[in-house]
Design a protein around this ligand. Structure first.
Ligand code: IYR
Length: 230
């Protein structure tokens, strides 16, 4: 017998939601602690090749997959790659696109904006990191009768899921960066993805390399990122 209370609402089964609630004091403590913990996350471009258990990657994917999505379609597929040959192929193809990006497609202004981050066309992290996850968005689904149904708010949904994945990676004590080779269609080809899937972001995942440095960045203060209407 299930202990969860259920109810039929507008013809559909619902389950009782038991909110996790805290006192105001506890909320302030928790939200401050969460902010301080999240603020320690940084995009890291140098990885250790130390292996990471598959179970951790599975949990990270399932964490991302708890994200809200348009009509609860969960319009995403997370492809996790640890196979060294496949990682090499992905790196090679990504670097071909990135070379074109840095040499031809990107404006001087864009390259200037990136200069302080030290990014370039070389993507060794795709091979060094023990895992890469490519988040694919599922633009539509095909039903049993072969009919095509578009998903809803696909970019928003996969964007939110990707953010939650970054947080899950940080929680595991691992690091990542959001790599967006452009165009990304080589990934669907290399990974043999169906026609309804488009690569969204590539995440290398692993331990940070030893003695790694990241750019000294300032995050915008509250006044610059918010507007309160009280
Ligand atoms: N996609 C390129 C360039 C790049 C663009 C932005 I905006 C960044 O914040 C970082 C990199 C690359 O991955 O190198």
């Amino acid at each position: 017998m299930s202990l969860t209370k259920t109810k039929i609402i507008k013809g559909y089964e619902h389950v009782a939601y038991l909110p996790l609630q805290y006192s105001e004091e506890e909320m302030i403590k928790r939200s401050t602690a969460y902010l301080n913990w999240l603020d320690k996350r940084r995009s890291v471009r140098e990885f250790s090749d130390q292996p990471v258990p598959k179970e951790v990657i599975e949990n990270i994917i399932l964490s991302a997959s708890t994200a809200p999505s348009g009509a609860h379609k969960q319009p995403w597929t997370f492809c996790a790659i640890s196979n060294p040959e496949l990682k090499s192929q992905v790196r090679e193809a990504a670097e071909i696109e990135e070379k074109l990006g840095y040499e031809v497609r990107m404006s001087e202004r864009w390259k200037q904006d990136l200069a302080h981050l030290g990014t370039d066309m070389h993507k060794p992290f795709i091979e060094t990191a023990p895992w890469i996850i490519v988040a694919f968005k599922r633009v539509y689904e095909i039903d049993e009768d072969g009919a095509k149904h578009n998903n809803y708010y696909v970019n928003e949904s996969v964007g939110i899921a990707s953010g939650m994945m970054i947080s899950a990676i940080h929680n595991a004590g691992l690091v990542t960066l959001t790599h967006t080779p452009s165009p990304m269609n080589f990934l669907a080809k290399l990974l043999n993805r169906p026609a309804n899937e488009r690569a969204f972001i590539l995440f290398p995942i692993g331990y940070a390399a030893e003695d790694v440095y990241v750019p000294k960045l300032q995050r915008k203060p509250l006044e610059e990122v918010s507007c309160f209407y009280e």
